[in-house]
Design a protein around this ligand. Structure first.
Ligand code: C2G
Length: 146
């Protein structure tokens, strides 16, 4: 029987993945389903701070360690700049770039290098929302002296 010996399809995505949550997980799982291997560029502390205008809660080593352990992730590398996307895609021989819909249209120029897919974000959850809830709860505790 002739095997279809096609090359494994390599999917690449990027993110800070701070306070890892279900929205991150669902994105990575769906990205992995679009190919045979999933490579994830985890934003360095420096890039995360620049992007989000605040320091990530967890350092890059911690965020990379969590993402690396996921069953749907095959490889993790550090993302040092948003401007290096073309380099990372060529270096990692990615066939498709996957990003959440908040990035819709932002990487259409990459279509000359690889497919680009934007997936709907998981509603109702975000790292910034979790941080807001935590800091509000802590302020309330301090006011009540509890
Ligand atoms: N995401 C999602 N649903 C959520 C929250 C996040 O699908 N409720 C997706 C985002 O769209 C992104 C990925 O999860 O594709 C990681 O989210 P962040 O860590 O916030 O990543 P971001 O800061 O957007 O970094 O080079 C691109 C940047 O590094 C992307």
């Amino acid at each position: 029987v002739a095997r279809c010996s096609r090359e494994p399809r390599r999917v690449i995505t990027f993110g800070t993945f701070d306070l890892f949550h279900l929205g991150h997980l669902r994105l990575l799982q769906r990205a992995r389903q679009l190919g045979d291997r999933l490579l994830v560029g985890v934003s360095s502390d420096e890039l995360s701070t620049r992007k989000k205008l605040s320091n990530p809660v967890f350092a890059e080593f911690e965020r990379m360690s969590i993402v690396r352990e996921l069953r749907c992730v095959d490889e993790v590398f550090k993302e040092d700049s948003l401007e290096l996307k073309e380099y990372y895609i060529l270096h990692h021989k990615a066939d498709v770039l996957v990003m959440g819909s908040d990035w819709s249209g932002r990487f259409d120029h990459i279509r000359s290098l690889c497919e680009v897919v934007y997936l709907p974000r998981t509603p109702g959850i975000s790292t910034s929302e979790i941080r807001m809830k935590l800091s509000t709860a802590m302020e309330r505790q301090q006011q009540n002296g509890t």
